[in-house]
Design a protein around this ligand. Structure first.
Ligand SMILES: Cc1cn([C@H]2C[C@H](O)[C@@H](COP(=O)(O)OP(=O)(O)O[C@H]3O[C@H](C)C(=O)[C@H](O)[C@H]3O)O2)c(=O)[nH]c1=O
Length: 185
């Protein structure tokens, strides 16, 4: 298993070892010690699974307080997954990183606490699974607009289908400063 840094410090791309044979394949999708030794020393307390159709975009979401780090992957299908640094004072504030995660590449992305996270579905359907470092706290959850021009995410789809909550998302500049997390060097 390889853990690679990305253009966004803290956001990690994990490429698990996949063991194929005549029956199919096997891979470990989480191993506390092995991932810590490779650079992701985290504990997770909640697992989520969501299924979405092609053209759906979920996000971009973050919790503040009680931020969630997320280890995300596509079990079935293909998604374009994005993390955005929303920490006030961060050298990479407002910058994004995106990567295609799929049932073929088995790649995982670690989105750190205090980053916004979202993905869009490129296949007919996608089964998306992820581990979180804190539990769901809906009163602390916010939506950042997928098409915020100041962030400038290059999504591989146009006019995605969004939930009402995400349609009502804010631009980064519309959040009161106190709503955004503060960068801790
Ligand atoms: C996130 C979550 C949701 N729910 C319930 C609340 C709603 O009744 C229903 C759908 O929730 P929501 O529309 O917020 O689901 P997503 O749009 O997929 O939200 C997720 O999408 C982006 C990509 C994320 O990174 C977050 O993990 C999460 O915000 O599931 C729960 O019961 N527990 C949870 O942890």
């Amino acid at each position: 298993m390889m853990i690679e840094t990305t253009t966004l410090p803290g956001v990690l791309l994990i490429k698990p070892d996949v063991f194929g044979d005549a029956r199919g394949f096997f891979l470990e999708t989480w191993n506390r010690q092995r991932y810590a030794e490779a650079g992701l020393d985290k504990d997770f307390v909640q697992d989520n699974v969501s299924q979405s159709r092609q053209g759906i975009l979920r996000g971009l979401h973050f919790q503040n307080p009680r931020p969630q780090g997320k280890l995300v992957q596509a079990l079935k299908g293909v998604v374009f997954d994005v993390a955005v640094d929303i920490r006030v004072g961060s050298p990479t504030f407002g910058q994004w990183y995106g990567v295609t995660l799929s049932e073929e590449n088995h790649w995982q992305l670690y989105v750190p606490e205090n980053f916004a996270h979202g993905f869009c579905v490129l296949s007919e359907t996608a089964l998306f699974a992820y581990k979180c470092t804190d539990t769901y706290n809906p009163s602390a959850e916010f939506s950042l607009r997928w098409d915020d021009p100041d962030v400038g995410i290059q999504w591989p789809i146009d006019s995605p289908q969004l939930s009402a909550k995400d349609q009502a998302g804010k631009l980064l500049k519309e959040f009161p400063t106190e709503a955004l997390p503060v960068y801790q060097p």
